[in-house]
Design a protein around this ligand. Structure first.
Ligand code: SF4
Length: 418
């Protein structure tokens, strides 16, 4: 091993100039975030540039990846056929701060700090079914961060004067009502009247009041009537592109909905419905269409980048999609691991040992291996580059093998087989 040492010094010195950095990054540029046919990322960015100031405050922060998504409970008294919640969340009384399962306010604060969040979006389930918990978390976040914009999603049925007073006192800035009945049972004038009364009530207590709905294909007439009814009462209406999830797939398929393309979860016709409503609506209500690509390619990516900047270890590389790249060497033999660790240390290379693995910069790892091969030096470890989310679960999305050690089989003397 000793003869590798001088070469590694050169590798370390050359690292920043190394073209392999560029090569590796380009390998990871494939799309994790499905881009639909209709509106692509460029068009969305153009749309956002033009409309950014008109967006509700909660959306502005969300687009920039600055919102902590606080899933306060999975409990909900509705049963929307398009509900996208996963099995581990739907109707489960669990709390998540972004992707992290939590139980305490302190964990929510910690996650907000790790993501450099500037606000919180409280969602569920229905947060108002756990009003005391919602208020407790909201108050704690406001107390910890001071200026911390908070918006909350709920249904008109659970809005009450009592809840609104508690939310106002806790500092809620924005509330969004999801009128589920229209999309599950059809348009109903009585229900619209009821919704408007609830919006009026919200206006008495909360600064910004809006409506948030799914863009169900072919429901443009109902959505247009809804927009007209709430114009002047609601500050905005957000229309979300309808998406398949593991949980709602069967129900959506049963109703004849199809994916809009091979790479996206979005439903064919959903975007057309939303854009038609925006085109045909003649009132003053601000209508914002939120395509799935905006959620995935822009909001989520920005949030990942914010978190990655805070959690990346010195040897990890942040990709342009906000994921982390790390190199991993796996040793069978402890002495060989120690020797490699000494070499890295002598050359001032950042690394970490966990169990029988050495974690280090992926580009340095590639160069070390190349140099060892060039010098025909025996390689005593397996190695790969791992790409993972910077989230609390550190989900690995890709593994690129660099060195795969051959398994050594020994012939059993007695039985004469492997
Ligand atoms: S109100 Fe929301 S959480 Fe509840 S079932 Fe409908 S989509 Fe799901």
């Amino acid at each position: 091993m000793a003869s590798v040492r001088p070469s590694i010094i050169i590798i370390a010195q050359q690292l920043l100039r190394s073209s392999s950095a560029v090569n590796i990054l380009s390998r990871f540029k494939y799309i994790y975030f499905p881009v639909g046919e209709n509106m692509n990322v460029k068009e969305i960015e153009k749309y956002l540039e033009k409309n950014f100031n008109k967006l509700p405050e909660g959306c502005k922060q969300c687009v920039r990846g600055e919102k902590l998504v606080l899933f306060i409970t999975g409990i909900c008294n509705n049963n929307c056929y398009y509900c996208p919640l996963s099995k581990k969340r739907k109707n489960k009384d669990v709390i998540y701060a972004n992707e992290r399962l939590i139980t305490t306010v302190e964990e929510a604060i910690e996650e907000a700090k790790l993501c450099s969040s500037k606000g919180v979006g409280i969602t569920g389930g229905n947060p108002l079914l756990k009003i005391n918990r919602t208020v407790k978390f909201l108050k704690a976040l406001k107390k910890e961060f001071g200026e911390f914009h908070a918006h909350l999603y709920t249904t008109p049925e659970t809005v009450s004067e009592e809840n609104l007073k508690l939310l106002k006192e806790a500092g809620l800035d924005e509330i969004r009502l999801h009128p589920t009945k229209i999309f599950n049972e059809g348009y109903d004038e009585e229900y619209i009247k009821f919704l408007c009364e609830k919006l009026d009530l919200c206006n008495k207590y909360i600064e910004d009041v809006g409506v948030e709905i799914p863009a169900i294909p072919n429901m443009e007439d109902e959505i247009l009537k809804l927009a007209e009814a709430i114009d002047g009462i609601s500050k905005f209406m957000n229309i979300n592109e309808l998406e398949f999830s593991e949980e709602n797939y069967y129900e959506l398929e049963k109703r004849g909905f199809k994916p809009k393309d091979d790479v996206s979860n979005a439903i064919a016709g959903s975007e057309e419905t939303a854009l038609k409503v925006i085109k045909e609506f003649k009132g003053n209500l601000f209508i914002h269409y939120c395509p799935s690509v905006l959620k995935d390619a822009i909001q989520m990516r920005n949030r990942l980048i914010n978190r990655a900047k805070n959690v990346a270890k010195p040897y990890e590389v942040i990709t342009e999609d906000g994921l982390l790249l790390r190199g991993i060497m796996i040793f069978d033999n402890e002495d060989e691991l120690k020797e490699m660790a000494e070499i890295l240390e002598e050359n001032g290379i950042d690394f970490e040992i966990i169990g029988k693995n050495i974690y280090l910069n992926p580009f340095i790892l590639e160069d070390i291996i190349e140099e060892m091969k060039r010098q025909r030096f025996p390689i005593t470890f397996s190695a790969y580059i791992s790409e993972l989310y910077p989230t609390s679960d550190a989900l690995e999305v890709e593994r690129i093998p660099l060195i795969t050690k051959k398994l050594r089989f020994r012939r059993r003397r007695n039985k004469g087989r492997l």
